[in-house]
Design a protein around this ligand. Structure first.
Ligand SMILES: *[C@@H]1O[C@H](CO)[C@@H](O)[C@H](O)[C@H]1NC(C)=O
Ligand SMILES: *[C@@H]1O[C@H](CO)[C@@H](O)[C@H](O)[C@H]1NC(C)=O
Length: 481
């Protein structure tokens, strides 16, 4: 769990005011960096290059304001609703702990000072999914406060949120699921242009093959993960040459000292990118299996013009530029059948090139993908657009202002105007299945692995019971208020 989680953005704080935006960006990329493979996989030691440590980009550019024409909020700060960032290190503002935000329809105060937790005007508390622990939450929960969940990272960081009682603690969510209130599904895809990045000519890839390099690249340094990806890759390696450079299943060394040194060569390093772009296929296995959980493992090979051999979101096809741009591991009966197909494509250039046709003009045919990119208001790697942390707090700010107004009208009309309907998160805002073996069945697992999976289940059960117990206590406490 090195380098993960809150604190890194804060530590990176620049010392002068005009770089406020850079910090807001820093927080965004911090969240994103951890998402590279879920928390617990932040850059440290040899892990570094397996991450997108920092998304590069123009550093100081335009303003990041959400203030819309609909915002004519003239209230003083003292009259505004307060939103509390419970996970203070995500607080996307600098300097200070409190700031006024002017959002598309109204304004709020945002703070990371937990002293505000019981304040009458504190209308919403924003939690970070990865470090959310029910027993650390501000209890008892106050009836006038909503809870918001920000969780862009891997579901493996907190399976509690995949349990119905876990997710229903929250009123609003920003997760990788498209069903979420504020979806972050395409957080690793900067835009359509990223997909159109040119591929290395096939002749060069073939020349690389003749020099003894395999058709398939594997690059993974976080080995023991819920998706159990290494078990599959180990099996695949029996049938086709897979060059593996990470800590997991390593069978080859990177070609230069500079690339091996993870303190200099990050995942965005041009030399590194050029190196991996020579491979025809990249094994792209997410660390957890869940609908709409897609990371740079998927998008980066597409950007580079390698074909992802993918396992992760079962719904990944919905987001692909066309129907022929990735190879899904689960379309095959097993590693041997997959290897056979990859070998066929390796030897048949025309068939292989069909997987890169989406890079041609007009090649991105998926209107849902294009519309989703067009619609989202935050940017990836783009300082001219606000980031999704600021976007989410504004989303909540507007919701809370609307709710406060509706409640006032409800009171004023003595109930003739209906009270605002409650809004509660749904299991599909996260809803990830429990981990299963990456290859074979539970019965095939060795004693040690099986114990791991049983322990994991027991731990999950404990958490659910804890939550149920806690909810009971919470309601009991409320009765006495
Ligand atoms: C992909 O195939 C599905 C059905 O197989 C179809 O509904 C969809 O329109 C196709 N998408 C594109 C972009 O061709
Ligand atoms: C917030 O969610 C809780 C359940 O966790 C629910 O009881 C409450 O009514 C919701 N509040 C609003 C304002 O929607």
């Amino acid at each position: 769990m090195c380098g993960r989680g809150p604190g890194r953005a804060a530590r990176r704080r620049p010392a002068c005011l005009w770089v406020t935006l850079a910090l807001a960006w820093g927080a965004g990329s911090r969240a994103g960096a951890a998402a590279g493979d879920g928390g617990g996989e932040a850059p440290c030691g040899a892990e570094g290059w397996a991450q997108a440590a920092v998304r590069p980009g123009p550093v100081f550019a335009a303003a990041a304001s959400y203030r819309g024409p609909g915002n004519d909020d003239a209230r003083s700060n003292k009259a505004l609703p307060i939103l509390l960032w419970w996970s203070g290190s995500l607080f996307p503002h600098f300097p200070g702990d409190t700031e006024r935000i002017d959002c598309p329809r109204g304004s709020c105060l945002v703070t990371r000072s937990r002293r505000a937790a019981r304040h009458r005007r504190t209308k919403a508390i924003i939690f970070y999914g990865t470090d959310f622990r029910a027993y650390e939450a501000p209890l008892p929960r106050l009836p006038h406060q909503t809870w918001a969940l920000f969780h862009e990272e891997s579901p493996m960081n907190n399976y509690l949120l995949s349990h119905p009682p876990g997710i229903r603690l929250f009123n609003y969510t920003a997760t990788f699921r498209r069903e979420s209130d504020y979806p972050l599904t395409l957080q690793w895809l900067p835009g359509p242009g990223y997909l159109r990045g040119p591929a290395l000519p096939l002749a060069e890839k073939d020349a690389w093959r003749r020099r003894g390099y395999g058709p398939v690249l594997y690059m993974q340094s976080h080995c023991d993960v819920p998706s159990d990806r290494d078990r599959y890759v180990r099996e695949l390696m029996k049938y086709i040459q897979v060059d593996s450079y990470g800590k997991c299943l390593r069978n080859r060394e990177l070609p230069s000292e500079r690339l091996r040194d993870t303190s200099t060569a990050t995942a965005e390093d041009p030399e590194f990118m050029a190196f991996i772009a020579r491979y025809k296929f990249h094994l792209a296995l997410e660390n957890a299996i869940c609908n709409d959980y897609m990371t740079e493992k998927l998008w980066r090979p597409m950007h580079l013009g390698a074909v992802p051999v993918y396992r992760g979101s079962p719904a990944v096809r919905d987001w692909m530029p066309n129907n022929f741009s990735i190879i899904l591991i689960d379309d095959f009966d097993g590693p041997q059948e997959l290897a056979k197909y990859l070998d066929f494509l390796d030897k048949n250039g025309d068939e292989y090139m069909k997987y890169l046709e989406y890079k041609n003009p007009g090649g991105i045919q998926n209107q849902f993908l294009l519309d989703s990119l067009e619609r989202r208001e935050w940017g990836v790697n783009d300082m001219t657009l606000p980031n999704y942390l600021n976007g989410f707090e504004c989303f909540i700010c507007d919701r809370e202002n609307t709710r406060v107004k509706a409640e006032q009208e409800h009171k004023k009309s003595r109930g003739k105007t209906p009270a605002p309907a409650p809004h509660v998160a749904h299991v599909q805002h996260m809803g990830c299945p429990m981990p299963t073996p990456g290859f074979g069945s539970i019965e095939d697992l060795s004693g040690e692995d099986r114990k791991d999976s049983t322990n994991a289940e027991a731990a999950q059960l404990d958490i659910v019971l804890e939550i149920l117990e806690w909810i009971k206590t919470d309601y009991d406490a409320l009765k006495h208020l």
